[in-house]
Design a protein around this ligand. Structure first.
Ligand code: SD4
Length: 329
């Protein structure tokens, strides 16, 4: 552990208030949506979560236009957001856990299903690149914690320690009550998940986050878990998720979306069915958000969320535009 990342001495921290019920059903309320129309067959299409997806999409598009691979595009796209130290939910500018440590989760998957992931990683600017390196240079899929950091440092990554007064102040304020209450749609950004298809129909996806603010030290969410925060199947399509990771993991969210598409369900409807599955198992979800994005290999895409407020960025040949997802609760 690096004590320099411990912003304040540990005080008496309240018990985490986070709890999600696991029984009963909730009638889904379908709302009108200004969801984007289908992009139509063919790539390139780049689709990513939240307002910060605009910057990620722009970079990913630039990589594709310059002849880079779709894997390069999904990595470099989200890396832009990781480097933004004003972002409080991705990268080293993210909010700390309840013990004052910023810990990062990320994963990446390519057209052929190869995957790399890193979780509970500290003091590395680009967890997405660590995830890719794990995929390409080890026989493993996931490394975590100190071991992941040691491996990264031994494989060309450098340590970067960031100490932001604004984050430190927010953490000090939080410590006064030390209540862990997830709030949906904080500032319209959260995890960045990005899925893309190139002109040749090759798919890839990436996902990176600092996770839930004030989470229990050691907590890992859905974002680095292949099948939960991200899933890519080059024969079918790709999906990614954002929001309360525990809810996504419980339904293997992104995998569920891709499997539905495999059965012929269209991308938006696949996202909708995954959200419905979450709602059916968890009553009273209004303080939680989960959003899914789906991209079929022909470029057709869709989105759906638990509650209002999930924005996503879509880049097609018509340009890069922010949209609002349908929501069901
Ligand atoms: C997680 N899905 O760690 C991620 C990001 C997040 O509120 O914190 N969402 O659960």
């Amino acid at each position: 552990m690096n004590d320099r990342r411990r912003f304040l001495k540990l005080g008496a921290l309240g018990t985490a208030a986070f709890a999600v019920g696991c029984a009963g059903t909730e009638a889904a309320r379908e709302e009108a949506t200004d969801q984007a129309p289908a992009a139509g067959p063919g790539g390139p299409v780049v689709l990513s979560t939240w307002d910060h997806g605009m910057a990620a999409n722009a970079k990913a598009w630039e990589v594709l236009q310059a002849g880079g691979s779709v894997l390069d595009a999904v990595e470099q796209g989200v890396a832009v957001v990781e480097s933004d130290l004003t972002n409080r939910s991705v990268g080293l500018g993210g909010m700390p856990d309840r013990d004052g440590f910023v810990t990062l989760d990320a994963c990446i998957q390519d057209h052929d299903g190869r995957a790399g992931a890193v979780a509970f990683l500290q003091d590395i600017e680009h967890p997405i690149s660590v995830a890719r390196a794990i995929m390409e240079r080890t026989p493993h899929v996931m490394l975590v914690g100190d071991g992941a950091q040691q491996w990264a440092l031994a494989n060309g990554f450098t340590k970067r320690e960031v100490d932001l007064p604004e984050v430190r102040a927010a953490y000090a304020e939080w410590l006064k009550k030390a209540e862990y209450r997830p709030v949906a749609n904080i500032e319209n950004h959260d995890t960045i998940g990005l899925v893309a298809v190139d002109t040749g129909g090759r798919l890839a996806g990436s996902c990176t986050t600092s996770g839930m603010a004030y989470k229990v030290h050691g907590r890992v969410g859905d974002s680095p878990i292949i099948g939960a925060g991200l899933f890519v199947d080059g024969d079918v399509g790709a999906a990614c998720a954002t929001g309360t990771g525990e809810l996504v993991i419980r339904v293997a969210g992104s995998h569920t979306v891709v499997e539905l598409m495999r059965q012929g369900v269209e991308p938006e409807e696949a996202c909708r069915q995954a959200v419905k599955r979450i709602l059916a198992k968890h009553p009273g979800l209004k303080d939680h958000q989960v959003g899914f994005l789906a991209l079929r290999k022909d470029g057709l895409h869709g989105a759906c969320a638990v509650v209002d407020g999930f924005s996503y960025a879509l880049h097609t040949r018509e340009g890069n535009k922010l949209h609002k997802a349908a929501f069901l609760s």
